[in-house]
Design a protein around this ligand. Structure first.
Ligand code: ATP
Ligand code: MG
Length: 395
């Protein structure tokens, strides 16, 4: 009887024609996450199995951070054929457990078995009552649930259920570019898009010397937290100083943020197209600040064609904070280092910017040239999930 880690797919099972594409990706992602361990992964359309002699807790700890998994169980594969032999094995497993009430649930994909699932459960229950003293059946609230799956080649038994993260395997939906600031919202937005199968690259705008090394380091730390879910992450660091100074010197201050964000969008769209990212992702949330009113979003969004996904657009701040705590980015996000937006914040930013005025004001600076320069200086950091080292690749 082999002890295995059993994986259930959840939403993935709804993918009919291309389910194999999703499953191969899931397998690859699990292998990536367990690359330091010796494991062998097998699967069929209903279940995936991790065969390993490594410490199960360590493996499960990693697997609970992989998207595309609905549930994880520690299972046992029974290869015996007769019901008597199978039940002996189940009793053997139960002898190690302390419980007084139980319930058996059975599934039967092997249609050669003539008994129904209900009959199989009843018969297994009877064998357990006969062989284990002082236990009884409780179908409503059992202390232990004995899950039996009668499959074509074998029988699976498992007890506890561990909840997986759900979502789709990262990479199955292509790539997206996350605008990652040091704030609370954008890492959460990144996490939510990775959850839907989007492999992300991230882009960060820095304005040295107005922004500190610590501010950048904070973004690198946040990227590293996301890298766990994303199978590493490329972080594009864009020097935004010249653009920001030009805006500050030449453009009416109430429009500083609107124009600055239009520049960020333009640069992000160029990097996205270079890196084959099909969407931009950011942490904008409706109404949170002046640049996130519907009119502002319109005035900012109009400069790019690429779809902009805002996963936390409709979340309350407190809900975003809750999620940030769950994914362990919150403590890093609240470190007190300013990013480039907070330094150049005007006293009275426009709440309803006009697109025409944006266009007029932008003529006051040579923004195309500045954008070209900023994109050319893109510094790509490869951020790994575990190791501290990063390599720098200049375009
Ligand atoms: P966050 O908490 O994510 O910083 P915020 O509430 O501070 O968001 P803004 O500063 O208006 O809001 O930024 C909105 C979004 O724009 C951010 O969530 C992020 O996606 C992007 N953004 C802002 N500043 C930067 C930056 N310096 N580099 C990259 N992206 C940025
Ligand atoms: Mg911010």
């Amino acid at each position: 009887m082999e002890k295995v880690i059993l994986i259930k797919y959840g939403e993935l099972s709804t993918k009919k024609d291309n389910i194999n594409f999703f499953l191969t990706k899931l397998k690859d992602n699990i292998e990536w996450s367990l690359k330091d361990m010796k494991v062998n992964i097998t699967y069929d359309l209903g279940r995936m199995f991790i065969h390993t002699e490594e410490d199960f807790d360590k493996v499960i700890n990693k697997v609970t951070k992989i998207f595309g998994i609905h549930e994880i169980n520690i299972g046992y594969i029974i290869t015996e054929n007769s019901f008597d032999e199978i039940s002996k094995k189940v009793v053997e497993l139960l002898k190690d457990k302390t419980f007084t009430t139980f319930k058996v649930e059975s599934r039967r994909s092997n249609k050669k078995i003539v008994k129904t699932s209900v009959e199989l459960s009843k018969d297994m229950g009877a064998m357990i009552l006969k062989n284990i003293p002082n236990v009884k059946v409780d179908v409503k609230n059992p202390e232990i649930l004995i899950n039996m799956e009668y499959r074509l080649d074998n029988v699976l038994v498992y007890f506890e259920k561990i909840k997986g993260l759900g979502g789709y395997p990262v990479g199955t939906l292509g790539k997206g570019l996350l605008m990652l600031s040091g704030g609370i919202d954008s890492p959460v937005a990144g996490y939510l898009s990775i959850k839907r199968g989007v492999k992300i690259e991230a882009i960060y705008f820095e304005s040295p010397p107005h922004t500190s090394f610590e501010a950048k380091d904070k973004v690198i730390k946040l990227a590293r937290k996301l890298a766990v879910y994303n199978n590493d992450i490329n972080l594009h660091v864009i020097n935004f100083t010249e653009i920001q100074e030009a805006i500050y010197k030449n453009i009416p201050h109430e429009y500083l943020i609107t124009i600055m964000r239009r520049m960020m969008y333009r640069i992000s769209a160029i990097i996205a197209s270079r890196k084959n990212c099909k969407i931009l992702i950011n942490g904008e949330s409706i109404g949170q600040v002046a640049s996130q009113t519907l009119t502002s979003m319109n005035a900012i969004n109009e400069v790019v064609k690429i779809p902009v996904i805002r996963p936390v657009a409709c979340f309350d701040k407190l809900d975003i904070i809750d999620l940030a705590k769950k994914i362990d980015t919150y403590e890093t996000s609240i470190l007190p280092f300013e990013d480039c937006c907070t330094i150049f914040v005007p006293k009275h930013p426009v709440i309803n910017p006009s697109k025409e005025k944006c266009g007029e004001y932008e003529k006051l600076i040579p923004y195309e040239e500045l954008i070209y320069k900023a994109v050319k200086g893109d510094q790509i950091l490869k951020i790994e999930a575990q190791e501290k080292n990063i390599y720098v690749d200049l375009l």
